[in-house]
Design a binder for this molecule. Structure first.
Ligand code: ATP
Ligand code: MG
Ligand code: MG
Ligand code: MG
Length: 439
């Protein structure tokens, strides 16, 4: 992409309304624009990162054997009356009437609709196990939308639902989700710690939240510092294997790590004092096993091997896709701007032309652009006539992992400058060598 032809409305001033760094940088880098309280337009740069995050989630869900689909944003109240949640959900549910005076609502989550799809189409245990998921816009009329995309009213969420014959099968689905979520967050450059949580209005006993540690997080968390040493890494997991998934669950949940809702002071105090941590975290996902809560209420049964009709065991599993942008920036930035992890960066490298209009500099930039593109990478070429200082400031703000600086003086010696956004280190090298380093 050439910056002169892109839409990147970078702000010079810090927007007064933004209280936390991720919100500030997302506004300043022209990633989002508020449309109304807690509701945002996703400008090209923000939208690009959102798509990257979404793609990682799709890839990891496919790896775990889960099936993508899509359900509507606007739903009829009828199914929610069947489960009892139409009344229970309260003011967070945005409601409306259609022209025929029917009660409709904006989906805050989709247990009812997916259970309805299941009961209409699946009748035998032979069709199980089944896990369906979607990535779709949700609406919750949050009392205090704030911190930009962190707590929006409209937000983008991955929500998945497993259907299983027995509790043991459903707990395997739960573990599978835990494993796949660990992989998913790590690919985004995040450490998201599974912590024992409270199930809230979804119901059920087995639930973990995934938290990214950050001072600006809204949850208070207590944990054993040993947990932050755990890494999933690139281990190969057979998602069909109960033993393998169970072993990962045990490894990642055996140390103390809880949100304030489930915190147990006595248990916490059993950890050696130097390992006790009280901190704040951002909830970027949650997994639940809730058994037959919805299948009982809505009559979602299958026939088992003996021909009995039994309610299916279910769970639901969410990732806060749009919130993740904020969480990644909270976890990875400096005082100049964002530092994107490689896995989610909107462009792989920025090319800064120090003397736009200089025939040699222009040609060198074009050549770099072509070589990077040929390797399947996406460069962002600042081909504007801004002064160098402003170009550098914008590149630092938008946080691409690499910057290649091209100017007539370096070209005389056959070199360009390659700078790592994360370390700030620069080196002079031949253009081909710079490309090779990025690739
Ligand atoms: P919170 O405790 O932050 O209100 P939640 O527990 O109500 O979140 P879930 O029902 O577990 O949310 O939804 C799954 C995920 O969706 C959450 O883990 C979170 O990452 C994300 N999410 C929930 N509410 C919002 C929101 N208002 N804005 C952005 N993301 C959200
Ligand atoms: Mg909530
Ligand atoms: Mg929560
Ligand atoms: Mg939650």
């Amino acid at each position: 992409m050439r910056l002169s032809r892109y839409f990147l409305p970078v702000l010079k001033e810090t927007p007064a309304e933004a209280q936390i760094v991720s919100h500030r940088y997302m506004l300043r880098a022209g990633m989002i624009k508020q449309a109304s309280a807690g509701i945002y337009s996703w400008l090209p740069l923000g939208f690009k990162v959102l798509r990257k995050i979404e793609n990682i989630i799709h890839e990891e869900q496919a790896r775990a054997g889960h099936i993508a689909m899509q359900m509507p944003i606007i739903q009829s109240a009828d199914l929610w009356r069947e489960s009892g949640r139409y009344d229970a959900y309260g003011a967070e549910m945005l409601r409306m009437k259609d022209r025929h005076d029917r009660d409709m609502l904006f989906t805050p989550t989709a247990e009812e609709l997916i259970t309805d799809i299941f009961r209409a189409n699946v009748s035998s245990y032979k069709d199980l196990p089944l896990t369906l998921y979607q990535i779709q816009w949700k609406f919750r009329d949050e009392i205090r939308p704030r911190f930009g995309v962190m707590r929006g009213r409209e937000f983008y969420m991955k929500d998945g639902y497993n259907f299983d014959l027995t509790k043991e099968d459903a707990l395997h689905a739960y573990n599978r989700h835990l494993v796949s979520y660990l992989r998913t967050y790590e690919r985004m450059g995040l450490q998201a710690i599974p912590m024992r949580a409270d199930s809230g209005p979804i119901g059920g006993d087995n639930t973990h939240e995934f938290l990214v540690l950050a001072e600006t997080g809204e949850s208070e968390v207590c944990y054993d510092s040993q947990i932050t040493d755990l890494k999933f890494g690139d281990r190969q997991i057979d998602f069909e294997s109960r033993e393998q998934c169970q072993a990962v669950l045990e490894e990642f949940t055996s140390r103390y790590a809880r949100t304030d809702e489930t915190h147990d002071e006595a248990l916490f105090n059993q950890i050696p004092e130097e390992r006790r941590r009280v901190a704040r975290g951002i909830e970027v996902g949650q997994i639940f096993y809730f058994g037959t809560k919805y299948s009982d209420a809505m009559g979602a049964t299958v026939s088992d091997a003996e021909g009995n009709q039994v309610p299916v065991h279910m769970g639901s599993h969410g990732i806060g896709v749009s919130r993740l942008l904020g969480a990644i920036i909270e976890a990875s930035h400096d005082d100049k701007g964002i530092i994107w992890p490689e896995g989610v960066t909107p462009f792989h490298a920025g090319i800064v032309n120090l003397k736009q209009g200089d025939a040699e500099a222009d040609a060198a930039c074009e050549a770099l652009y072509a070589s990077l593109t040929a390797l399947g990478l996406e460069p962002l070429y600042d081909d504007t006539t801004e002064r160098a200082g402003a170009k550098f400031a914008s590149m630092d703000l938008i946080g691409l992992p690499w910057r290649i600086t091209v100017g007539p003086r370096g070209l005389k010696n056959g070199v360009v400058e390659l700078t790592s956004r994360r370390t700030g280190e620069s080196e002079e090298l031949a253009p081909e060598a710079a490309v090779a380093k990025i690739a």
